[in-house]
Write a protein that binds this ligand. Structure first.
Ligand code: HEC
Ligand code: HEC
Length: 361
């Protein structure tokens, strides 16, 4: 499941990769162009941003590292309106928890303009116990190449099966318990038949997960940054452009890149300096490989301003503190409060621009 690029990123120090790629690209420019680039490079980055433009070297890196959010999520082709409607109902269905008290939406709120999280450090399960991890957002989640903090599910379908049976989440006893609950309801028998025509027995555990994933694939939420990447330079404010420069030039972009701005690789948390909470071994719990100790999925940063608290354990309550820790632990850079406050505005440009539609049951 691990894509080649993950192995590539992990073999190199994040910064060395960034420098190498940038150097390669700049070398590709023509001699005349190179002269112009060098002349501009001599100016401090923030000068260019305050003049309303993004520094030329940075603009090149932006084109290499980021892509606008596609309009549809991978795997959407087979999704029908009937399947999406069923998935939306299942997503909000509390009967799918052992105590009939909890739905997906209780931990990943998508109704009432919520951003796909519960804003709690860790979430309370149906039986009143808390897990050890923070709930990530479901909005745009399907653009990532793996799900969960340790990347243990390859896609939304496999992911959806997890919480239903997880004893500290929805706590259903078995797959057949889930199916029994659904078959007991005439409305669901009808909706499954409409969503999965031609299936001799449409109400199955797999089909429930497929329908939930089809609904989640509708949670596509572009931001102003996407308009910027498509050429509308006025979509970002000066502060946000300066933040983008800092984000790129500090080296954050080595891990948080592509259209989700993360979500596409696994990285050690604490490349240079260890994270203070050493209890969660991350990817190691999945693979039992020594090299995977404290390795986590690089989270996507879309809507990160709207999904506090931060980190896999939800113990970092503010975004400036998360950014400061990242600079120190991942890049060996003790960022000053000013540098941190320059990066944060860029993260606001990653907020969903329009409210999600059709998310209520
Ligand atoms: C009790 C709260 C709770 C419930 C209920 C719950 N989740 Fe989650 N969800 C979490 C937590 C915590 C994680 C992170 C767990 C981990 O990484 O090990 C998570 C992870 C996810 C992810 C992965 C996102 C990412 O970026 O990696 C998706 C997608 C998701 N849940 C969807 C669902 C769906 C669909 C349901 C209903 C079938 C559901 N969740 C029910 C708490 C919950
Ligand atoms: C070497 C890879 C790497 C680099 C470089 C990096 N990050 Fe991260 N980032 C991660 C990983 C891995 C996590 C997940 C942390 C965890 O598991 O608790 C993360 C988490 C975050 C979070 C918290 C997200 C959330 O939803 O909880 C923010 C914000 C963040 N990074 C911003 C930045 C910024 C800003 C920079 C540059 C100063 C940066 N990162 C550099 C790998 C990296």
């Amino acid at each position: 499941m691990r894509a080649c690029s993950l192995a590539f990123w992990r073999r190199h120090s994040a910064h060395a990769v960034l420098v190498a790629v940038l150097a390669g690209c700049i070398a590709l420019c023509s001699v005349a162009n190179a002269k112009r680039v060098t002349a501009r490079r001599a100016r401090p980055a923030s000068d260019a941003a305050s003049s309303g433009r993004v520094y030329e070297g940075t603009a090149l890196a932006v084109r290499i590292y980021f892509k606008p959010l596609p309009e549809t999520m991978p795997g959407h082709r087979d999704d029908t309106p009937a399947m999406i409607a069923l998935g939306r109902r299942l997503y909000h269905e509390r009967d799918l928890s052992e105590t009939r008290s909890q739905s997906c939406n209780d931990c990943h709120r998508v109704d009432q303009r919520q951003s796909g999280v519960d804003c709690a450090p860790t979430s309370m399960g149906a039986k009143g116990t808390r897990g050890a991890r923070n709930s990530p957002t479901v909005v745009n989640a399907g653009f990532q190449v793996m799900q969960f903090w340790d990347g243990r599910a390859p896609d939304l379908v496999e992911q959806a099966k997890g919480p239903l049976l997880n004893p500290i989440e929805m706590a259903m006893g078995s797959e057949s318990d889930v199916v029994d609950r659904l078959r007991a309801r005439a409305d669901y028998s009808r909706d499954f038949a409409a969503a999965f025509p031609g299936h001799a027995e449409p109400v199955t555990f797999d089909n429930a997960a497929r329908a939930i994933a089809a609904f989640e694939r509708t949670l596509v939420a572009p931001a102003r940054f996407d308009r910027y990447l498509k050429g509308d330079t006025s979509a970002l404010t000066r502060e946000e452009k300066r933040g983008l420069e800092r984000f790129v030039n500090t080296g954050c972009v080595a891990c948080h890149n592509s259209y989700p701005v993360g979500g596409r690789s696994l990285q050690k948390l604490g490349v240079y300096h260890p994270y203070r909470n050493r209890k969660d071994l991350g990817r190691y719990n999945v693979t039992h490989l020594e090299e995977d100790r404290f390795v986590f999925k690089v989270p996507m940063l879309r809507n990160v301003t709207l999904t506090p608290p931060y980190f896999h354990d939800g113990t970092v309550s503010t975004l400036p503190e998360a950014v400061r820790l990242m600079g120190w632990m991942q890049l060996n850079k003790p960022l000053s409060p000013r540098e941190v406050s320059e990066i944060v505005p860029f993260l606001h440009a990653l907020e969903t621009e329009h409210p999600l539609r059709d998310t209520e049951p």
